[in-house]
Ligand binder design. Structure first.
Ligand code: ZN
Ligand code: ZN
Length: 260
């Protein structure tokens, strides 16, 4: 059964198309379930800071209502889920969860684009190339801590951190991340957008490791346009890559949605 839980909307300022167009593309492509997981608001302590690549807090109601309305309208054709893609920022996590709680979201996925956060000086944008072992340590520690909080359904592009140092060190550290996810029964996402756009991830060395450790895997389209959902070639490329590494895809019915 075809499904995708990683779908953005134009509210994040770097995706295009109407919410309805994503649903219609998903139906056309034969998806049985489509989860919206746009870049949700993050909160920053005592500052006016705003992430330009996420929706603002004031847009969140509109997002929720739109997805819920579509869920009803299209219930005969497809299962629509209301989710978010969120960072795990330890300092603001409680406030963040307090904000999210009343919405009763179906799920959230972790998209850890920063080591640290966006407001402390010693923070780091994860996809930027680096040789620093301590960043890798912090990334793995932060991701595992976030997963242990129990609210993330899966981890998007777990291999987004671009570490260019010692491959042995990378392997050892990422093994910790894979083991942690496995123990918590949290799947890792093989990111279709990364495959399509040659983003530097998925990294073969990471997935080889995940295969040895026996992680469960989902393919996430990370759709930023409705048309992205129609890209069967990219999906088959992902499926082929995973098959070659003997990484089986998680069935939709085996996904464990964790309440936010
Ligand atoms: Zn995005
Ligand atoms: Zn995303």
């Amino acid at each position: 059964m075809k499904y995708n839980l990683h779908t953005h909307t134009k509210r994040c300022n770097h995706a295009q198309g109407e919410d309805r167009e994503y649903v219609e593309a998903a139906i056309k492509a034969g998806f049985k379930a489509l989860g919206f997981s746009d870049h949700c608001p993050q909160f920053f302590p005592g500052t006016e800071y705003y992430s330009y690549f996420r929706m603002r807090p004031g847009e969140f109601d509109g997002y929720v209502n739109s997805v819920r309305d579509l869920k009803k309208e299209y219930e005969k054709d497809i299962e629509i889920l209301l989710g978010i893609e969120a960072e795990y920022y330890p300092k603001t996590y409680d406030r963040f969860m307090e904000f999210m709680k009343p919405y009763k979201l179906d799920y959230m996925i972790m998209g850890q684009h920063f080591v640290g956060n966006e407001f402390d000086k010693d923070s780091f944008y994860a996809p930027r190339p680096n040789l620093d072992e301590s960043l890798l340590d912090r990334y793995v520690e932060q991701v595992c801590e976030g997963l242990r909080r129990g609210a993330f359904t899966y981890i998007a592009h777990p291999d987004i951190l671009y570490y260019k140092g010692d491959p042995g060190y990378y392997r050892d550290k990422m093994a910790e991340l894979c083991v942690c996810a496995k123990e918590l029964h949290i799947p890792l996402e093989y990111n279709l957008l990364g495959v399509k756009n040659n983003k530097g991830y998925p990294k073969p060395e990471f997935w080889k490791l995940a295969s040895e450790i026996g992680n469960s895997v989902v393919i996430g389209y990370d759709a930023h346009t409705p048309e992205a959902l129609l890209d069967d070639d990219a999906f088959f490329q992902c499926a082929l890559n995973l098959n070659a590494m003997e990484l089986p895809l998680t069935e939709y019915s085996n996904l464990k949605f964790r309440k936010v």
